[in-house]
Every structure is written in C-alpha cells, then in structure tokens.
Design a protein around this ligand. Structure first.
Ligand code: TYM
Length: 332
C-alpha cells in the first residue's frame, strides 16, 4: 500500500515556495495515493507563537490546501495536535535517536543561530516529531521541498533504528518525493537565500493571499541583473536571481525551465517580469480568493479538521498501540 503524509507549519505567510515546492504537487498526487495532509501546529510551537495568530494560521493553511485543490473527502486534512499519537510516538522515537544524528541538522543550526544554549529543546527535537508524524501512519512517501530532505533522511534512519532494535520490519522507510521545477524557490531579494515564511523583508516572498497589485509590485521589485535573459540554462548558473525567476515562471506555467527560457531569451527583464506577474496573478489570484472565501466562515474549516482528525486517529492510534506493545509498555 502506498500512503502519503506531508505537512506545513502554521506560522503565517504561506508563500509561493510552499505552494510550488509542496502543496501543488500534492494536488496531483492525491489521485494516485492515499493522502494525509497535516497542519503541523506542534511544530510551529518550537518558536514563540501568539495563540490567536496560531489559531488563525492553522485555519489559513487548511484553507490553502482546499483552495489549491486538495479534496477533503478524498484526503485526510487535520491539525497535528488533535491526534495525540504524534506527540506520544515522538517520545518513544526520541529514546532511540542518538544526539549525534540531531547535531547534524542544518536547519537547527540556522534557526538557533549563535545562541544555541538559548534555543528550546523542542526546536532541537523537531526532526524526531517530524519522523513520528510520518511513521504514525506508516507512510511510504513524503512529498516536500528540497529543504526538508535532511529531515526525511533522519526519519528513515529512525525507522531503521526501531526496526533493528526490535528485530522486525515494522516501519516502512519513507521515500522523499522532491520533484517539479521549483523544489527550492529562492527569495526575490537575494538569490542565495530560500524564500521563507520568517524572512523579515515582505518583498522577499509572494504570499498565497497577496492580491494582484501586491504580486505585481513584488515582482517588479525583485532583484535582477542588468543583462537580458540568456538563451541557455547553463548561462543562468552564475545569475541566481534570474535563474530563480525563470524557475518560478516554469513551475507556474507547468513547463520545463528550457521551454520557459526559450520564450524570453534575449529579452529584458521588464518584459519578462510583466509576463511573470500576469502568470502569478492568474494562478494565485484564484487560490487567494478562494482562501478568503473559506476563511470568512471558519465553521466549515473547523468541521473539516475535526473529521480529518477522527480519520487520522483511526490510523495512527492502532499503530501507536502496536509500538507500545512492541516496546513493552503495559496498556489498559
Ligand atoms: P514548512 O512549513 O517550512 O514548509 C512546508 C512545505 O513547503 C516546502 N518549502 C519550499 N519548497 C520550495 N521552496 C521553498 N522556498 C520552500 N519553503 C518551504 C517545504 O519543503 C515543505 O514541504 N518540517 C516541515 C513540516 C513537517 C512535515 C512533517 C513535512 C512537519 N512534519 C512530516 C512532511 C512530513 C516544515 O517545516 O515545512
């Protein structure tokens, strides 16, 4: 059986990277797999969150999933904290995870910065909770953007550690699915940094809820270089900002980078940016409008999350119980 698990943190500012790197791929995959799409609110708590904003962001991510085309009947959509198996399994797996494995995680190093001693234990243990998310459903495939690759390798290592410790083939090793032309969308202001929810510059990212005017403004202000667009992809290698915009165009148009570049080779950026704005507005305008419509009446979203959590728990709780038995914990 092939089962997908993936998730997004409700930390505000859902952006084009989240859409192109993850959510849009899920829309396609939902037809071929049993899919579980989570809003990982417990992960969001690894950094300080305002409670009201966290609730609003959780609903906003759910609305984004649905507005982008994920069918809540076909797929399970829910928020992580509603299913206690995630946190419980996380503890059991953390007892099998050597510190050395966590010390290698680059995202922790980036987020903790220079003041590692002040970083929370949750931020450090975060990849173990992510492994628990996936393994609680014995998911076989995990579609994510490039930045989650290292965490997924760790999830595979943890699954292997459990299977070896208890000498059985219990957890499948989850396969990362990192595909498409925009697996790593970069900041519009700096081609060396990825587009991120936490970037303090609003002009660095296009948010899924931006209106057409704001999208146009951000693209016009996107950093570029003075040269016109080249005619080969190889020539973009030393031009990260141009390369990023071509990648975004290709992903939005659903074509290869080569095909996208061929349309604009030799042209200057103002023409290209105009076309990119129009395409972004075409794709995101509809999604943003649908999100606003869904968010105007939260009862519908809350009902979807509740029902999703029941369906999720029906899969995860029996897996957790089996793990408890295998581990030697007495149960009622
Ligand atoms: P998060 O919330 O940072 O991002 C959600 C998804 O968006 C992708 N993504 C990007 N893709 C391309 N370019 C970018 N600039 C970009 N920024 C983000 C991410 O790769 C991700 O797929 N730890 C995860 C959430 C998580 C999870 C899980 C995912 C928790 N448990 C279990 C899969 C399975 C995270 O913080 O994603």
């Amino acid at each position: 059986m092939n089962r997908i698990f993936s998730g997004v943190q409700p930390t505000g500012n859902l952006h084009l990277g989240n859409y192109l790197g993850a959510i849009r791929n899920w829309v396609t995959l939902q037809h071929d797999y049993e899919c579980i799409f989570c809003i990982v609110d417990l992960h969001a708590l690894t950094l300080p969150q305002d409670p009201a904003e966290l609730r609003a962001s959780t609903r906003e991510v759910a609305a984004a999933y649905i507005a982008a085309g994920i069918d809540p009947e076909r797929c399970i959509i829910f928020n992580q904290s509603m299913v206690s198996a995630h946190a419980e399994l996380s503890w059991l797996l953390s007892c099998l995870t050597p510190l050395g494995w966590l010390n290698r995680m680059t995202q922790f190093k980036e987020k903790a910065g220079k003041h590692r001693d002040n970083a929370g234990l949750g931020l450090y243990a975060y990849p173990v909770l992510m492994a628990a998310d996936i393994l609680a459903y014995k998911a076989t495939h995990v579609p994510v953007g490039e930045d989650q690759k290292q965490h997924l390798e760790l999830a595979r290592d943890i699954a292997g550690a459990f299977n070896r410790r208890y000498e059985r083939d219990f957890f499948p090793l989850p396969e990362p699915q990192i595909f498409g032309t925009a697996t790593r969308v970069m900041s519009l202001r700096d081609g060396a940094r990825k587009m991120s929810k936490s970037d303090t510059s609003d002009y660095s990212r296009i948010n899924m809820t931006d209106d057409s005017e704001l999208i146009g403004l951000k693209i016009r202000r996107a950093k570029t270089d003075p040269e016109p667009l080249p005619d080969t992809i190889a020539a973009l290698e030393t031009r990260p900002e141009a390369d990023n915009l071509v990648g975004i165009y290709a992903a939005l148009a659903g074509e290869s980078r080569e095909a996208a570049l061929a349309r604009f080779a030799g042209q200057n950026f103002s023409t290209f940016k105009e076309a990119l704005s129009a395409l972004s507005v075409e794709v995101l305008g509809h999604i943003g409008g649908e999100m606003r419509r869904l968010l105007a009446e939260t009862g519908h979203i809350d009902a979807i999350l509740k029902r999703g959590a029941e369906r999720a728990a029906a899969i995860a709780m029996p897996v957790l119980r089996e793990v408890q038995d295998i581990t030697g914990l007495l149960r009622p």
